[in-house]
Write a protein that binds this ligand. Structure first.
Ligand code: FES
Length: 216
C-alpha cells in the first residue's frame, strides 16, 4: 500500500543505507522523521513543501537468521534476512566489515571479481550450496587457490543466507591467510547504500523491532 505525505524541503535528507522509512526522489533519498537511520545529511534545499509517495513497506515478516562471525578478537553476531547475501547483511547491519583493512575501500562492491569478501563457511545453509562458475573462478585465482584453500571458502557477496550461520574471516587483504584469523574490522560504509547497490538478490531491509544482532 502506498501512502502520500507532505515533506517540507527543509526536512529533506540524503539517507543511506536505504531503509524502509526513506523515500526516493530523483536520485536523492529522503527520510521521514521516524527513520532510525543515523546517517542523515541535509541537502540545503529549503524551497516550498513537496508531496511524494512512500514506497510500500517490504516484507516485515521475512525470517531472520543469526550470523556468528569469528575474528581474532572474538565472535561478533548480527542478523541476516532470509535470502540476503552475506556481504550485504554485514554492511547493512554495520556490526563488522566483510572486508579487511583497505579492502573496505578497494573492492568490487559485490561483483564477485575482487575476492576480498572471502570467508570460511563453518555451519549453515546458503544458496547456492556449492560455488557457481564466477565464484569458483575467482577463488581459483591468486592469492586464493592453492592446496591450502579450505573447501568451505566462499565469497560473502555470492551466497544468500538461509539459516543461522557460523563463518570465519581470515587475515590478509583478500582474507587469504588461511592459517590466521583476521582482526575485527569495524564496518565502514564509505559509499553508503552504494556499497551494495549491485546486489539485486537481497530483499529490502525491514525490522525496526530487532536490533542489529537480531534480538527482539
Ligand atoms: S566484494 Fe568483490 S568478490 Fe565479493
Amino acid at each position: 500500500m502506498s501512502t502520500s505525505l507532505v515533506i517540507p524541503k527543509q526536512q529533506r535528507y540524503i539517507c543511506y543505507p536505504i531503509q524502509h522509512k526513506c523515500i526516493r526522489l530523483g536520485g536523492t533519498f529522503l527520510a521521514t522523521d521516524s527513520c532510525s537511520n543515523r546517517w542523515h545529511f541535509s541537502t540545503g534545499d529549503r524551497d516550498s513543501p513537496s508531496t511524494h509517495s512512500l514506497e510500500p513497506t517490504s516484507d516485515a515478516t521475512r525470517q531472520r537468521h543469526k550470523v556468528n562471525w569469528e575474528t581474532a578478537n572474538g565472535t561478533v553476531q548480527f542478523y541476516a534476512l532470509d535470502g540476503e547475501t552475506l556481504r550485504t547483511a554485514a554492511l547493512r547491519r554495520g556490526v563488522v566489515s566483510p572486508h579487511n583493512g583497505r579492502a573496505q575501500v578497494i573492492n568490487c562492491r559485490g561483483l564477485g571479481t575482487c575476492g576480498t569478501c572471502a570467508v570460511e563457511l563453518r555451519k549453515g545453509t546458503v544458496h547456492p550450496v556449492e560455488r557457481q562458475i564466477k565464484e569458483e573462478l575467482r577463488l581459483s585465482l591468486l592469492p586464493h587457490g592453492g592446496v591450502n584453500q579450505p573447501e568451505s571458502l566462499r565469497l560473502a557477496c555470492q551466497i544468500q543466507v538461509h539459516s543461522d550461520l557460523e563463518v570465519i574471516k581470515r587475515s590478509g587483504f583478500w582474507g587469504q591467510n588461511y592459517e590466521e584469523l583476521s582482526d575485527y574490522n569495524e564496518c565502514k560504509t564509505f559509499l553508503g547504500h552504494l556499497e551494495y547497490i549491485l546486489d539485486n538478490r537481497s530483499p529490502k531491509e525491514t525490522g525496526k523491532d530487532v536490533d542489529k544482532r537480531g534480538n527482539s
